[in-house]
Design a protein around this ligand. Structure first.
Ligand code: MN
Length: 318
């Protein structure tokens, strides 16, 4: 089958360690015009409350994504045959001016959407998801399937600061970007600031599936519920790498033990097949805390898993 779609550099001709690193070894474009899915980096961690470093995530995700091949080994999905996909580079973000950075991220994602492509983002800390949602959910609230150790629905930090990587989903609900009744958070765990920390989220109608419940039920059962919560409507998928156990993904700002195995996370993302995904991200990969690139390869692999289900949906909707 021949195709006019962009293809990764052929690893049979040019070895994986050669050449400039782009997401999935795809061409680097200056615009998303003509693409179905745009792979884009947001190198910014200005919302991080503790250990910074996710600003370096996109570059290392690109590097490790050179290990991805063309065909998914379980679903046999071939994303680069099903959809036109390329790397559109990084959104330029001011590392000092938080409010300006949020505007730059929103505008950058809006440009991708205006070109007719779906964004698949390599972050960046989790506050990057807020401006992304401002662009993606501009015309209507969307659902959210959210993998994370943390709910990220706190109100504020440091004497009233409302924009941090612990607050994006509270802001997004307040701004009408997310329908909390179509939101599910999976893998939540770790010590809390206070016993009532998740009460606000639950009062909004968010379904929180704590790690202990996931362990009891397993990926198939949990994802059947997640798909039912998201329904047929437009849904965003946000994957925080700290949902994975730090023994497998130590390079992140807020590690919490007792997390997903990488294979459990992969199984869950595969079960997103058919969901009406309008954008997705992998966030909080912080290379300064990584060990031998193992967190970045987990992140790059999750991006490939997401790319497969997104490309399949694009092709099926054509
Ligand atoms: Mn998070």
């Amino acid at each position: 089958m021949t195709s006019d779609f962009y293809q990764p550099v052929d690893a049979g001709l040019i070895p994986r360690f050669a050449g400039p690193a782009t997401f999935m070894r795809l061409p680097l474009l200056t615009s998303a015009k003509g693409l179905d899915i745009a792979l884009v980096g947001i190198p910014w961690d200005g919302g991080t409350t503790n250990r910074a470093g996710a600003r370096h995530g996109p570059r290392e995700l690109r590097n490790q994504s050179s290990l991805m091949r063309k065909v998914h080994h379980v679903s046999k999905i071939e994303p680069f045959k099903l959809a036109n996909i390329a790397d559109v580079g990084d959104i330029t973000v001011n590392p000092i001016d938080l409010m300006l950075a949020l505007k730059q991220m929103e505008d950058g994602i809006a440009n991708i959407l205006d070109a007719g492509a779906l964004p698949l983002i390599g972050g960046g800390d989790h506050l990057t998801t807020l401006p992304v949602l401002r662009a993606v959910a501009k015309s209507r609230p969307v659902g959210l399937i959210h993998f994370d150790a943390h709910s990220d629905t706190n109100d504020s930090y440091f004497d009233g600061q409302r924009f941090t990587h612990g607050t994006p989903f509270r802001r997004a609900i307040e701004e009408g970007l997310l329908d909390p009744k179509r939101m599910v958070q999976i893998g939540i765990r770790g010590s809390l600031y206070s016993a009532d920390e998740h009460d606000w989220a639950k009062e909004q109608g968010i379904r929180i599936i704590y790690m202990e419940e996931f362990t009891r039920r397993g990926p198939e059962d949990v994802m059947a519920e997640a798909r039912a919560i998201a329904g047929d409507g437009a849904t965003y998928v946000s994957f925080d790498i700290d949902s994975i156990d730090p023994s497998m993904a130590p390079g992140t700002g807020t590690p919490e033990i007792g997390g997903f195995l990488t294979r459990e996370a992969q199984a869950m993302v595969r079960l997103l097949e058919g969901v009406n995904i309008v954008g997705a991200d992998v966030v909080e990969v912080a290379p300064p805390f990584d060990v031998g690139g193992m967190t970045a390869i987990a992140g790059a692999t999750m991006m490939f898993e997401l790319l497969c289900v997104m490309a399949k949906r694009v092709a099926d909707s054509r």
